[in-house]
Design a protein around this ligand. Structure first.
Ligand SMILES: Cc1cc2nc3c(=O)[nH]c(=O)nc-3n(C[C@H](O)[C@H](O)[C@H](O)COP(=O)(O)O)c2cc1C
Length: 148
């Protein structure tokens, strides 16, 4: 499997999971055979980037390639800025969260809820792809309306 210039050793990808897929967990998954492991979501709200939690999430020191960072939000410009911020911090692939079914995320029109507005999805994809030189992936795995 290939994503941009990154050739994965297999198709086993660990899904982004807030509170689970932190850097040590991703390292462990990769060492134990995963082809890729996606980060916990990083908010596109730049006001949060200075917080210890977001700074920890943006640290990729010593991480095995490919480093895939998930960003979450609903505003194309903010998501584009978040993509650039994470590339500056070492991201090699940017993943956009359109598959988080959590009510906390859907209630602010992010995650799976974004899929209800196709025009907005188009604007987000255009803005993020234009903002960075690296591959952009979009993560969804749930049917619309299915929230947990
Ligand atoms: C604890 C937990 C945290 C999650 N956090 C995220 C997240 O940050 N971003 C995201 O896109 N999905 C998130 N998800 C959804 C998962 O990536 C995945 O889509 C979901 O668990 C369905 O996969 P499964 O059917 O194999 O469980 C999370 C799921 C769990 C259980």
């Amino acid at each position: 499997m290939q994503i941009g210039t990154h050739i994965l050793k297999n198709k086993l990808i660990v899904a982004p999971m807030a509170g689970v897929t932190d850097r040590p967990f991703r390292q462990l998954c990769k060492i134990m055979g995963a082809g890729m492991a996606v980060s916990e979501m990083v908010s596109s709200n730049s006001l949060l980037w200075g917080s210890p939690k977001t700074q920890r999430r943006a640290n990729h020191e010593g991480e095995v390639s490919p480093i895939s960072v998930q960003i979450a939000g609903a505003d194309p410009k903010m998501l584009a800025a978040a993509a650039r911020y994470n590339v500056e911090n070492g991201a090699q692939i940017i993943d956009i969260n359109m598959g988080c079914p959590a009510k906390k995320i859907c209630n602010v029109m992010a995650g799976s809820a974004l899929l209800q507005d196709e025009k907005l999805v188009e604007r987000i994809l255009e803005a993020v792809v234009k903002a960075v030189e690296i591959p952009v992936t979009l993560k969804n795995s749930h049917r619309l309306g299915q929230t947990t």
